[in-house]
Design a protein around this ligand. Structure first.
Ligand code: CA2
Length: 145
C-alpha cells in the first residue's frame, strides 16, 4: 500500500495568489498542490490536498487521517493561533503532523507567535513559502517509511 499524506489548509488560503503577495507569495493554492503532487509522485506518496474555511472540517479531516493512518501536513491558517479543538484532534490521533506556514509567523504580529497546532506537531516550517510544503513532505517521507 502506498504511503498517504493529507495536506490540510485552513481559512482564507483559497485566496492565495490574489492579494498580499509580499506576505504569502504569488502562487495560488492550486499551484502549490500541483508542485507538491509532482514531488510526491516521485516518492511513491499519495497526497490528499484539501482546503476549508470551517474549523470543524479541519477537525473531521484530522480524524479521517488518523483512521487511515495517513500523516498530515497542516497549514491551519488563523486557526493555528486559536483552535484548541484542532489541537485536541491532532493529539487524539496517531498520525504524524508537520505544521507549515508560508510566512514567518514569528516575524509578524505577537498574536501569531503562539500556535496550538505546534503542541501536537512533530515540527514546524514557517517562512519558506510554498517550499515549506515540499520540505514537510520530504520530512514525513523519512518518518513514515
Ligand atoms: O503564513 C501562513 O501560512 C499563515 O498560516 C497564513 C494565515 C495566517 O492567519 C497565519 O497567521 C499564517 C492567513 C492565510 C490568509 O491567506 C491569504 C492569502 C491571500 C490574501 C489574503 C489572505
Amino acid at each position: 500500500m502506498s504511503k498517504q499524506i493529507f495536506v490540510l489548509n485552513g481559512p482564507n488560503l483559497n485566496l492565495l495568489g490574489t492579494r498580499e503577495p509580499e506576505i504569502y507569495g504569488v502562487l495560488k493554492l492550486d499551484d502549490i498542490e500541483i508542485r507538491l503532487k509532482k514531488l510526491a509522485k516521485g516518492l511513491g506518496i499519495e497526497v490528499d490536498f484539501r482546503q476549508t474555511n470551517q474549523e470543524g472540517d479541519l477537525v473531521d479531516w484530522v480524524h479521517e487521517a488518523g483512521a487511515k493512518n495517513a500523516a498530515i501536513i497542516l497549514n491551519a491558517g488563523a486557526y493555528t493561533h486559536t483552535s484548541i479543538a484542532l489541537m485536541d484532534a491532532l493529539m487524539a490521533v496517531e498520525s504524524d503532523c508537520i505544521e507549515v506556514h508560508l510566512s514567518n509567523i514569528f516575524k509578524r504580529e505577537d498574536f501569531r507567535h503562539h500556535s496550538y497546532v505546534s503542541k501536537a506537531s512533530l515540527g514546524i516550517i514557517s517562512g519558506l513559502g510554498a517550499k515549506g510544503y515540499d520540505l514537510a513532505l520530504l520530512a514525513l517521507n523519512d518518518s513514515i517509511s
